[in-house]
Design a protein around this ligand. Structure first.
Ligand code: ZN
Length: 178
């Protein structure tokens, strides 16, 4: 692998995932975006849509791999890579193993839910009959910043709305943050 070229492509796809995340933020979703790539082509993409769909499983990665499997007409995605702005949670890490995804590239670590090396390391557990290559830290600061700004903006009106609003908002943001 010629490092520089691979690095450039990684950043290119992560920027694409960031654009998807921004779309989520614009509609009030926690901004996480994911893109599934095969032979330098997008085969699936998604962003967190838990609020809109009232679906606890509507994470960016799940939406993206469902779309990829639909487009390719098969569930096995071993020749695909996924780029996601936030380290996948246990559900998504499990789904990525189930999809036999080739490689996982993520942006910022998730200290609360991260299951690709932080709390768990599900895709690299040798007990599965499939293991993925994982690389984190791609445009990590941009990915973290988008999340930080989203939560900051969401907290602001609550502070002005008084203590009760602040309290319920804080509870809400705590429970609904991935
Ligand atoms: Zn997830």
């Amino acid at each position: 692998m010629s490092g520089n070229e691979a690095g450039g492509m990684d950043m290119f796809w992560m920027k694409h995932a960031l654009c998807l995340a921004a779309r989520g933020a614009a509609s009030g979703e926690v901004p996480v975006g994911a893109v599934v790539v095969r032979s330098k082509e997008v085969v699936g993409e998604g962003y967190n849509q838990r609020e809109k769909k009232n679906d606890p499983t509507a994470h960016a990665e799940i939406i993206a791999i469902r779309q990829a499997a639909g487009n390719l007409g098969r569930w096995r995605l071993d020749d695909c890579d996924i780029y996601v702005t936030l380290e996948p949670c246990p559900m998504c890490a499990g789904a990525l193993v189930m999809a036999r995804i080739g490689r996982i590239f993520y942006g910022t670590k998730d200290p609360r839910w991260g299951a690709c090396g932080t709390l768990y390391d599900i895709p690299r557990d040798v007990r599965w009959n499939h293991s993925c290559t994982i690389r984190g830290g791609i445009l990590a600061e941009d990915c973290a910043k988008m999340l930080r700004e989203f939560f900051q903006a969401r907290r602001q009106p609550a502070v002005q709305g008084g203590e009760m609003a602040e309290r319920s908002k804080a509870g809400d943001s705590k429970s609904s943050r991935r």
